[in-house]
Design a protein around this ligand. Structure first.
Ligand SMILES: Nc1nc2c(c(=O)[nH]1)N[C@H]1C(S)=C(S)[C@@H](COP(=O)(O)O)O[C@H]1N2
Ligand SMILES: [Mo]
Length: 323
């Protein structure tokens, strides 16, 4: 086995081998292989990178047990199902592709730029994002437009906490989000059939709704790459494709921004994309869904079961036209 000297190591080296050997053994091995002095110099960087990076690490001090709309008491989907049946077209279009292809994705260092119609545009490092508000565990239902669903204990805080820091101006009426895209790290994206980088958007009141989650973890840990490391959105009353992964840019804007699936096929995917069992997709029914790990289909709920919280956002709108 080829052992690199510690001074030659990069963050990419630690991920697969760190997983395989266990972090502690890996670091000890590093000391033995690379010479103690050289390795010690590298240690702080490697360890701090891990907290926001490619190998999920445990998140401490997360507020759990929230009641009401923030956590369903339905059984959570198994970690294995939620992390091995994914949509993340940058890493391939099969459900098993993201788990297989995103292993070496470098989610650290990372910055998120907040800009546009705001009084205080700024760039946040991942460390700043992690500490911006108390981290909460929220167990949400999550419904893909392809009629499968999961229940996931996400970790994060309301997106409004970040938005308030940026101070949107009176001109801001929508929020546009953009994912990271790098052809070298994501060569599968070119053949995926959608334009990349992935872009999404919300009306400002939807973005500021307390259920709208800026998400940095799941199942007690940081996000695995295939689920959108290091930071993504989760909007539980909308079809899953609104929940954009691996975010690098958040822009407050005046006009409704373009969104990836609407660009790809406007007849099938609208801007709002609220879960709605009474409006079928042109090619299939949306009345039922298959919960991963279950055999029989279950009925899909209006607004994915969050109607009491969000229906008022759409008062007076024709939800057949605004699909
Ligand atoms: N950048 C990016 N974000 C994305 C997607 C994608 O392909 N690229 N797929 C979307 C779709 S269709 C769904 S259903 C959810 C899936 O999230 P999960 O894999 O964590 O369950 O991510 C959404 N966010
Ligand atoms: Mo989806």
């Amino acid at each position: 086995m080829l052992i690199k000297r510690a001074s030659e190591l990069t963050y990419a080296d630690i991920t697969p081998r760190g997983l395989y050997m266990g972090r502690r053994n890996f670091l000890l091995g590093l000391l033995a292989a690379g010479g103690a002095a050289a390795a010690w110099k590298k240690l702080p960087r490697l360890v701090s990178a891990a907290g926001t990076g490619s190998v999920p690490v445990k998140l401490n001090g997360v507020i759990t047990g929230l009641k009401g709309p923030y956590t369903t008491d339905e059984k959570a989907t198994s970690y294995n199902d939620a992390t091995h049946y994914n949509n993340f077209y940058e890493f391939g279009t099969d459900k098993s592709d993201p788990a297989a292809n995103a292993t070496n994705f470098k989610a650290s260092p990372w910055t998120v730029s907040v800009e546009g119609e705001v009084a205080k545009p700024r760039k946040f490092t991942m460390d700043e994002i992690m500490k911006l508000a108390p981290l909460e565990e929220r167990i949400y239902r999550h419904r893909c437009v392809e009629a499968w669903s999961i229940v996931v204990p996400w970790i994060g805080y309301s997106f409004s906490a970040l938005a308030k820091l940026a101070e949107p101006t009176s001109q801001a009426r929508y929020v546009a989000f953009e994912s990271y895209y790098d052809r070298r790290q994501m060569p599968w994206g070119a053949g995926s059939g959608i334009d990349l980088p992935y872009v999404e958007g919300l009306r400002l009141d939807e973005a500021m709704h307390p259920l709208t989650l800026l998400c940095v973890g799941m199942y007690g840990e940081t996000l695995p790459n295939q689920d959108g490391a290091p930071v993504r959105m989760v909007i539980p009353w909308k079809y899953g494709f609104k929940s954009i992964k691996s975010i690098v840019k958040i822009r407050f804007v005046k006009k409704e921004p373009p969104t990836t699936w609407n660009i790809a096929n406007a007849r099938e995917y609208g801007f709002y994309s609220n879960v709605n069992p009474t409006v079928d997709h042109p090619r299939w029914s949306q009345a039922k869904e298959r919960r991963l790990g279950e055999f029989l289909k279950r009925p899909t709920l209006m607004f994915n079961g969050y109607g009491e919280q969000v229906a008022s956002l759409y008062a007076g709108m024709d939800l057949r036209k605004n699909y």
